[in-house]
Design a protein. Structure first.
Ligand code: ZN
Lengths: 189, 109
């Protein structure tokens, strides 16, 4: 049997203005379909015991919940070893309904950026207003991180979780590490 | 720098989060069209100094296409509107007329 490993085997960057580390493998399921349809909201409610998130928002706490990706797509987070059973349950609940459910756990890498300057670190890389007033807990943002697509949300006031494609993992980790280097604080936020 | 608001997901961001998709509201001519119609569809584009209508895609965000009306000299964005629109919306045209009296684009004014 093959043993699943995270893209960078749990890489860590410490000693800078913010800490960066790779999050262990995480179950991720893409669900596409008419998000307003009762069949879909019911399926999400029964399988995840949660609601379909509002546009631009997430219901993720710790490693579970859902995030709004686009008007016809949400991303579901669960434990890595529960991904296939969650997928099967969703497929069953959506049987006959026009929707797409795919396990994308192995297609992604995920990082956390933590420390009081975390907003600055992210702000150096993304064209997003990350001031405490503009970007608040519960928001989910898909954007550009330097040259690659990424998405992130706030775990707590000083901690971001970032999701990117697995093939971009090293690039994103390097970006975050460089942006977190000691002495690189800007003092904007 | 262009600041665009995606009418699909309401996110406002600068242009690098988007990707330009060329001129808006082209009528497609395919098989059966005259050579002149096909040439016009394929090659002939407006190149205005001032009011212009374009297609944009929120490529790093929600991934959806939309339309934008902007000024090519000042980069002022007059407004964005859904992709499922066949011509510049009336209300937007009226707003543009207030800011750029006498503007003209592909038969619209
Ligand atoms: Zn968008």
């Amino acid at each position: 049997m093959s043993e699943p490993v995270a893209a960078l085997n749990g890489a860590i960057f410490a000693g800078g203005i913010a800490d960066v580390w790779e999050v262990p493998l995480q179950g991720m399921i893409t669900l596409r379909g008419d998000l307003a349809n009762a069949r879909l909201t019911k399926a999400v409610a029964s399988v995840l015991s949660g609601k379909v998130p509002q546009p631009g928002r997430t219901t993720i706490t710790a490693d579970r919940g859902a995030a709004w990706m686009s008007p016809d797509e949400i991303l579901i987070l669960c434990a890595y070893d529960e991904a296939s059973s969650t997928l099967a349950a969703l497929e069953k609940a959506l049987d006959g309904f026009h929707a797409l459910v795919v396990n994308v756990s192995d297609a992604r890498a995920s990082f956390r950026v933590s420390g009081p300057p975390a907003r600055e670190v992210m702000g150096k890389l993304c064209p997003v207003d990350l001031s405490p007033a503009a970007f608040t807990s519960g928001m989910f943002r898909r954007t550009r991180m330097a040259q690659v697509p990424a998405a992130f949300w706030l775990c707590d006031d000083d901690t971001f979780q970032v999701i990117c494609f697995r093939s971009h993992a090293q690039y994103v980790f390097d970006l975050l590490s460089v942006a977190s280097q000691g002495g690189s604080g800007v003092g904007v936020y | 720098m262009l600041i665009l608001t995606c009418p699909v997901c309401s996110v406002t961001a600068e242009e690098t989060e988007f990707h330009g998709g060329g001129e808006a509201h082209l009528t497609r001519f395919g098989p059966g069209a005259s050579e002149e119609e096909f040439e016009n569809y394929l090659f002939m584009r407006e190149n205005p100094r001032g009011v212009h209508f374009e297609r944009w895609r929120h490529v790093y965000g929600c991934g959806k296409w939309f339309h934008a009306a902007r000024c090519t000299t000042t980069l002022e964005v007059f407004g964005t509107y859904p992709a499922q629109t066949l011509e510049p919306p009336k209300t937007l045209r009226a707003q543009i007329s207030k800011k750029r009296p006498g503007w003209f684009w592909r038969g619209f004014e």
